[in-house]
Write a protein that binds this ligand. Structure first.
Ligand code: NAP
Length: 257
């Protein structure tokens, strides 16, 4: 991809203090974006991610916002508005999880997961969409979803429900924002190696992935950058699965077939 395609675009990547978001922020910065590196709080991880981004893109900034608090989302967008006047790319990447059996799941845990993983992406898309519409710049919104939007996982009822709704939210946003030249797509991620889920995850799990390995954060980040480029201006409302074939169906879980 030509570096110039994303040159000087302003991009917010929620949850870019670590994991997949950190690599997305770095990739967008490498391709010339001014990146807003975000974390829930002022942490060593956030500063270190920001430093890596700033080396690549000196006009990048760092913000904190606890996404379960709508007021902090409002404040984050005020800061973006005063610093850059606009926003070209929003990647809704931040998410939380708190595994629990359905019969034991506490209401407060349900509410927290739904608020960080679903309501916050909606509020961020609303802020971003208004800025893109008012500035007549168009823009790109990428939601990072999960295979568990479609396939249930034990103890992840609230996480799956939020990701499932994020998938349909992606389509609703795409439908209404197309008139403003804003494209909204989602990436349905399978198992991706981060600091918390290393590449050498147990062999028994790897046999259920036809590709025979866990994905890398770079594989997600490069797709985000591609979806943000003008080569994808006619793609909207799409969900692109990046899972090494994990969800291809019954035969994917049966290496003997
Ligand atoms: P991660 O390493 O756990 O990082 C999560 C990020 O989200 C951090 O930057 C964290 O900020 C931020 N965050 C969490 N709770 C927040 C809150 N309440 N307010 C604000 N920020 C918050 O996650 P990841 O594994 O890279 O996952 C990134 C995305 O990919 C998520 O949407 C996840 O559902 C999706 N995904 C991941 C995998 C995988 O295998 N890793 C698979 C499928 C889908 P702090 O550092 O400040 O806490």
């Amino acid at each position: 991809m030509k570096k110039t395609e994303l040159k000087d675009k302003v991009a917010l990547v929620t949850g870019s203090s670590r994991g997949i978001g950190k690599t997305i922020a770095r990739e967008l910065a490498r391709q010339g974006c001014k990146v807003i590196v975000h974390g829930s709080r002022d942490s060593k991880a956030l500063h270190s991610s920001f430093e890596e981004v700033r080396v690549l893109s000196p006009e990048s900034i760092m913000v904190t916002a606890e996404l379960s608090r709508p007021m902090e989302i409002d404040e984050m967008f005020s800061k973006i508005r005063t610093t850059f006047a606009g926003l070209d790319i929003l990647t809704n990447n931040a998410a939380t999880q708190n595994p629990s059996g359905v019969l034991e799941l506490k209401q407060e845990d349900w509410d927290r997961v739904l608020s960080v993983n679903l309501k916050a992406p909606f509020l961020c898309a609303q802020h971003a969409g208004r800025m893109m519409r008012d500035n007549k710049t168009g823009g790109k919104i990428i939601n990072i979803s999960s295979v568990h939007a479609y396939d249930a996982r034990r103890y992840y009822a609230h996480y799956s429900a939020a990701k499932g709704a994020l998938e349909t939210l992606t389509k609703s946003l795409a439908l209404e924002l197309a008139q403003y030249n804003i494209q909204v797509n989602s990436i349905v991620a399978g198992a991706i190696a981060t600091e918390l889920t290393p590449l050498d995850r147990q062999a028994s799990f790897l046999t259920s992935i036809p590709a025979g390995r866990i994905g890398t954060t770079e594989e997600i980040a490069q797709l985000v950058a591609f979806l943000c480029s003008n080569r994808c201006d006619y793609i909207t409302g799409a969900s692109i699965t990046v899972d090494g074939g994990l969800t291809l169906g019954f035969c994917a879980t049966r290496p003997d077939l």
